[in-house]
Design a protein around this ligand. Structure first.
Ligand code: COA
Length: 236
């Protein structure tokens, strides 16, 4: 998932290094019956479809989950790129929660002809290696097969679920996909330039220092956000 661009050329910065011999795999599952369940985690893990397309949320999850395993292909995306990415009925984002904490997420896309791509799947760092990863990939794959009913309701049924991963992803990832029933469809070895993921810029559409007036306007709007806030705070 780290080594292959999701679309367009990544904007590389001066602090990139080239990593040689990166293995990229395309993995696929051709029948929902091939999905092998993982053991349940020790505590409940829930999965919620993000119904409001939110570039900030996807960008935050991308960085939170992916920075340690060099997910960098999207670091060159502008806010408008992220907005266009999430603002599609064929893309769905799911947030995983466990122990009262955001434990991971996945992005799946209903593509033409029955292909469903798992673009991203992963745990936040505190949940890695604690028995959640197999279940996360199982639930992600289950939902990928449920396109056309559970999400992307206008899309037809899935005929293939696929993803791209690489030797830059977490060392547990490949074994996890194999255990869930994925097989390798394609393998390539490439030299990959990777920018430093530690200090990625955070794209916003505007300079927030210039928005003080707009925020005051929001607060004053009748029935607007400010008018609802006390009630919402009571509910939460
Ligand atoms: C890939 C990823 C989801 C795998 O999760 P993980 O926690 O590292 O590893 P796994 O869940 O596969 O754990 C390995 C095995 O040990 C078991 N295990 C590990 N820790 C355990 C624990 N504390 N208790 C019980 N079982 C445990 C798991 O059940 C699993 O076996 P199973 O698949 O038969 O269930 C996770 O490493 C991750 O999100 N990494 C960052 C992002 C990433 O690389 N994503 C993949 C992109 S392609």
């Amino acid at each position: 998932m780290t080594a292959v661009s999701d679309g367009g050329a990544p904007a590389l910065r001066g602090d990139e290094i080239e990593i040689s011999g990166v293995i990229e795999w395309t993995m696929e599952m051709l029948d929902a019956a091939d999905l092998r369940p993982a053991p349940l985690p020790g505590v409940e893990m829930t999965f919620t479809l993000a119904r409001v397309p939110s570039p900030e949320v996807n960008r935050a999850m991308y960085a939170a989950v992916g920075a340690r395993v060099c997910w960098t292909d999207r670091f060159g995306w502008s806010h408008a790129d992220w907005q266009a990415w999430v603002d599609r009925t064929e893309l769905s984002t799911w947030i995983a929660m466990a122990e009262g904490t955001i434990a991971g997420f996945f992005e799946i896309e209903a593509q033409p002809g029955g292909d469903t791509e798992i673009h991203l799947v992963g745990l936040t760092h505190a949940f890695v290696g604690r028995g959640y990863g197999g279940y996360l990939v199982e639930q992600c794959t289950r939902r990928a097969w449920q396109r056309g009913t559970l999400w992307a309701r206008d899309a037809g049924p899935a005929t293939r679920v696929w993803l791209r991963t690489s030797s830059l992803d977490h060392p547990n990832a490949m074994a996890n996909y194999h255990r869930r029933g994925f097989t390798v469809a394609e393998q390539n070895v490439v030299d990959k330039p990777v920018p430093d993921p530690r200090l990625a810029p955070w794209p916003l559409p505007h300079d927030p220092r210039t928005l003080a007036g707009d925020r005051a306007g929001d607060a004053a709007a009748p029935g607007g956000a400010a008018a609802r806030r006390p009630k919402e705070e009571l509910i939460t």
